[in-house]
Design a binder for this molecule. Structure first.
Ligand SMILES: Nc1ncnc2c1ncn2[C@@H]1O[C@H](COP(=O)(O)OP(=O)(O)OP(=O)(O)O)[C@@H](O)[C@H]1O
Length: 508
């Protein structure tokens, strides 16, 4: 379910964004009257909307008001449960999910790699056992073969190519110097992923201090990049746009030092091979160690510019930057103190993106709202939940988004909201052997009862367990959302843009 369309979509939380004049601002007030459902104590209480003196009605009353058009004429009622459409019955095919063992049960010592790399992996990465993809690919790459590597997300593909590259570079006699130029080139579609890969090389390279890694990504100062290039870099990691820019405009980037040799393609092949054959702008025969990470995406781009168990990290994917801006601001305002909220999207400045990426990665808990800019390759450890608030367009995008959790053998959960009109996506996923389990809204909304929501107890108490009922907690939160929107002009503006951006994004 998403919040795209009032008529068609199941709404978990319906947020009214119609502009309301300041004097008509809705606030919750207690009165002496009460209905049966809303009697927390002996004292009877009821909620009113100030302007219309409209009662916050129980479900059947809300429905009656809505269908008679009352709600329309006197302003909307914060009705979370009465306005939800019927949720269609979803039929599921019997699907056996693909289960791959991530780990190989073999140690890094079993591979023919330098013992310093093995000890570095243990000390700095805390890892001793190879994953399946590492166990299979590293020996092949060490023998000087080309490779097209494909494996599930989070299975350790970065080290699968970084280890053999470093092992081979440290073997050179005499030792490689900065003056030897670029020996390995790693091309990566996004800045965050490039930065992450650069950091991985930087950590792994500690035992071989004479080898120099470098990073070229759009958004950084070109002048300082040029200076670093002039000093000499042996392993260059970069995004395609900025790399091309330097190749064309910076004399010190001379890819002729990257000799014929090993080509490593990392990613989900898809149309990859066709691209490789038909793409003239990358000549794979000229390089010694050439890695295209997330190769399928890179090629689709046409080479253009471009969380520990017990922690609680969540990534929420949304369709548009405006949605991300709005939801981050709304939740930061209303749930201030309950959680930390972060956002990441393509319109943010490079320094903002880098800083958010690093902060969220290092954080013990938090919620990252993002567009698909974070869907591929980004290694954000210990993310427990992936929420797809708006559905992706392809099963492949679904896999990449969900792949941000349960990395390297850890566990994680993923939730996708589908509007009734999006249900065919379930069949598309089933055709790829991805099995979904339908969840009821109540399971998730129940958790709202744990939040210290002002006024929730007074809406309706659960006599069996104490505290507010789920519906009362959700209603209290909804009213906080609405009041914040009416109180804060900036937030209201963001809400309008956020909600308007979705239909534009889907149909524009
Ligand atoms: N042998 C290993 N044992 C334990 N953890 C590992 C091992 N190899 C890599 N990792 C860790 O697994 C995480 C995921 O690695 P990586 O980002 O390389 O996965 P990936 O396969 O490239 O994922 P994606 O397809 O999403 O890009 C990283 O935190 C990495 O340090």
């Amino acid at each position: 379910m998403t919040q795209k369309d009032d008529d068609n979509d199941g709404l978990m939380l319906h947020i009214t964004t119609n502009p309301v004049p300041k004097h008509k601002k809705r606030k919750v007030h207690k009165t002496e009257e009460a209905t049966e459902d809303f009697q927390p104590k002996a004292k009877k209480k009821k909620l009113l909307l100030k302007d219309s003196k409209k009662k916050l009605l129980n479900d059947s009353q809300k429905e009656a008001a809505t269908s008679s058009g009352e709600g329309q004429s006197r302003g909307r009622i914060s009705s979370l449960f009465a306005n939800n459409p019927e949720i269609p019955v979803v039929s599921h095919k019997k699907v056996k999910p693909v289960e791959e063992d991530v780990f190989s049960k073999e140690s890094f010592e079993s591979l023919d790699i330098h013992k310093y790399i093995v000890s570095n992996l243990k000390q700095n990465f805390g890892i001793t056992e190879t994953t399946q993809v590492q166990q299979m690919s590293i020996p092949i790459l060490l023998q000087g073969n080309d490779a097209l590597i494909r494996s599930q997300t989070g299975s350790g593909k970065t080290l699968a190519y970084a280890i053999p590259i470093l092992h081979m570079l440290q073997q050179f006699e005499p030792k490689i110097t900065r003056a030897d130029g670029i020996k390995a080139l790693v091309v990566i579609p996004t800045r965050e992923l490039a930065l992450q890969t650069y950091e991985c090389f930087n950590k792994l390279i500690r035992s071989f201090a004479w080898l120099v890694p470098g990073l070229l990504v759009g958004g950084e100062k070109k002048k300082s990049e040029k200076a670093r290039l002039r000093k000499g870099i042996n392993i260059l990691i970069g995004t395609p746009g900025r790399l091309l820019d330097h190749v064309e405009n910076t004399k010190c980037v001379n890819l002729s030092t990257v000799r014929k040799g090993i080509n490593i393609l990392i990613g989900t092949p898809g149309r990859l091979l066709d691209h490789v054959e038909n793409t003239k702008c990358v000549n794979l025969s000229t390089v010694q160690w050439f890695v295209l990470d997330e190769a399928d995406r890179l090629l689709d781009m046409g080479y253009e510019k471009d969380i520990e168990q017990g922690s609680r990290k969540m990534i929420v994917f949304m369709a548009t930057q405006d949605m991300v801006d709005y939801h981050t601001e709304l939740l930061t305002t209303v749930l201030n103190g309950s959680a930390e909220f972060f956002k990441l999207h393509g319109s943010m400045t490079q320094s903002e993106r880098t800083s958010i990426f690093k902060t969220f990665r290092a954080a013990e808990s938090g919620v990252l709202f993002c567009t698909d800019v974070a869907a591929r390759g980004l290694d954000l450890p210990n993310v427990d939940w992936i929420i797809q608030y708006t559905a992706p367009t392809t099963p492949s995008d679904y896999v990449h988004r969900v792949g941000r959790t349960a990395r390297a053998g850890l566990s994680g959960s993923a939730l996708i909201f589908l509007a009734p009109s999006e249900l065919p996506f379930i069949t598309m996923l089933e055709q790829k052997n991805i099995k979904l389990t339908e969840e009821t809204m109540d399971n998730h909304l129940n958790n709202l009862r744990l939040l210290p929501l002002e006024g929730a107890d007074e809406f309706q108490r659960d006599r069996r367990v104490g505290g507010p009922t789920t519906e009362a907690a959700a209603t209290a939160l909804q009213l906080q959302f609405e009041n914040s929107l009416y109180d804060q002009k900036k937030l209201h503006g963001l809400a309008c843009k956020g909600h308007q951006s979705v239909p534009l994004c889907l149909h524009g």
